[in-house]
Design a binder for this molecule. Structure first.
Ligand code: SF4
Length: 441
């Protein structure tokens, strides 16, 4: 139990799963020092807002969240990606107490100490071995690196977060082992560029469980695959070594799921985007992956209306998602992000054209997704249960093809004895565009 007198910090976490992992680390540090976490503004002595600064819409959302925290609580510290631009925050919200950038854990803690006196007697044993997580107990994000060596023209992440810094592989595997020991059933591997893992440390070798592992994507997948949990790989680029990971999928060591942020398919647009990894032969490779692992689900994100994108380029993109049968896709209309190089490119696409292309993309994607969902009817699949449904025996879960928060769900009924975090074998009897309906098999 946390002592009544412990100073309480409220946390507002915005942005991507990577920012969520940062919030979890900060919470772990706060709890380690004896602070309590408040679930609401009213009970908090101070509020920490972890912001996202990637797209203009995310920046707006972050600024709104800071405003709300100031209004509701008054004592606010800002951290995260938008924190890299303190002038923007100070201009909008001069009452903010302190601003720190992404991954500046020490600075965040310093700011908390300044504005909220630390408790005299930290209860270090309050923290579970795995740290504290914001995600439900049965799944956890595993951050393997910070920063990025690529310089995609639309992206300011390298400017905000710096070059790639990989965590040593034995640290990542030990953390994963602890998470699984603490009840986690699904590990979600995240980074800015998972395929580049270890490049900065020249793929250094470390021992884990009496075996040598290189700090490298394939070794990481192998190690994680021994833990008996679902392993889901995010932000993978189609470099040749993905073929090796597909072999692990065929063996059942990691989930048949690849999150590859293609962003586009037209060579001209990809060049203007300065994307890493050659995309030629990508279709061929996707076909060979699917031949090896027929249940493979590919998730991706795309940008439409990038500067210079012509109608022909856009048609190339539509043909690509149809032919590659990209199972799940997020699509964003290009936005000029402050300080991104793409803002200087010629041929900016009018908003109405972006809008029209976005709708055409989403319609094409919905067809692909619906066809995939319909093909699942009659199959028996493992479903991990995330939450209870509305009625007795109803649950909301996910198949191996669905990552939490971003993909579809499986509505399960007739399962009175199931519980959250359990993996249930279910027979799929119905489907709509994105979601499946099933009963215990
Ligand atoms: S790969 Fe490109 S889009 Fe992704 S973080 Fe690095 S620079 Fe940004």
């Amino acid at each position: 139990m946390t002592p009544q007198s412990a100073p309480k910090v409220g946390i507002v976490s915005l942005g991507c799963p990577k920012a969520l992992v940062d919030s979890e680390r900060i919470i772990t540090r706060l709890r380690a020092e004896g602070y309590a976490i408040s679930p609401d503004y009213a009970g908090a002595d101070l509020v920490l807002v972890n912001t996202c600064g990637f797209l203009d819409s995310a920046r707006e959302e972050s600024l709104d969240a800071i405003g709300e925290a100031i209004e509701q609580n008054g004592k606010v510290i800002v951290t995260g990606c938008l924190g890299a631009e303190p002038d923007v925050i100070e201009k909008a919200h001069p009452k903010v107490l302190a601003i720190t950038g992404p991954h500046q854990y020490e600075q965040v803690m310093g700011a908390v100490h300044t504005h909220l006196t630390p408790p005299p007697d930290p209860k270090r044993d309050l923290i579970p071995e795995s740290g504290l997580r914001l995600t439900p107990r049965h799944y956890a994000y595993l951050k393997i690196s910070e920063g990025c060596n690529n310089r995609c023209s639309f992206c300011i992440i390298p400017k905000l977060r710096g070059d790639l810094v990989s965590r040593p592989i034995h640290h990542v595997l030990t953390e994963a082992e602890r998470l699984v020991g603490a009840g986690v059933k699904e590990l979600l591997v995240i980074s800015q560029d998972t395929s580049a893992y270890g490049l900065d440390v020249k793929y250094a070798v470390h021992k884990w469980r009496d075996r040598d592992y290189q700090t490298r994507f394939i070794d990481l997948a192998r190690g994680l695959g021994t833990l008996g949990a679902w392993v889901r790989l995010h932000y993978v680029y189609p470099y040749p070594h993905v073929d090796e990971v597909v072999e692990l999928m065929a063996d059942g060591a990691v989930l048949p799921y690849l999150d590859i942020p293609f962003q586009h398919a037209s060579p001209t647009v990809l060049k203007a985007m300065k994307r890493p990894a050659k995309q030629d032969r990508v279709l061929e490779r996707i076909k060979s992956w699917r031949a090896a692992v027929p249940e493979l689900a590919i998730r991706s994100t795309f940008i439409v209306g990038f500067p210079g994108e012509t109608e022909e380029d856009f048609e190339v993109l539509l043909d690509f998602i149809r032919e590659a049968k990209i199972d799940r896709a997020g699509c964003f209309k290009y936005e000029n992000v402050a300080h991104a190089d793409s803002g200087e490119l010629p041929g900016h696409v009018p908003e109405d054209v972006k809008e029209e292309r976005w709708h055409r993309f989403m319609a094409a994607q919905a067809e692909i997704s619906a066809a995939r969902a319909a093909a699942q009817i009659g199959s028996v699949q493992d479903v991990i249960i995330d939450a209870s449904g509305e009625a007795e025996g109803e649950w909301i879960g996910r198949s191996k093809a669905d990552a939490p928060e971003i993909d579809g769900v499986v509505y399960l009924s007739g399962a009175p004895d199931a519980r959250v975090g359990e993996i249930v074998s279910a027979k799929i009897h119905d489907a709509d565009e994105y979601d499946l309906y099933g009963m215990p098999a």
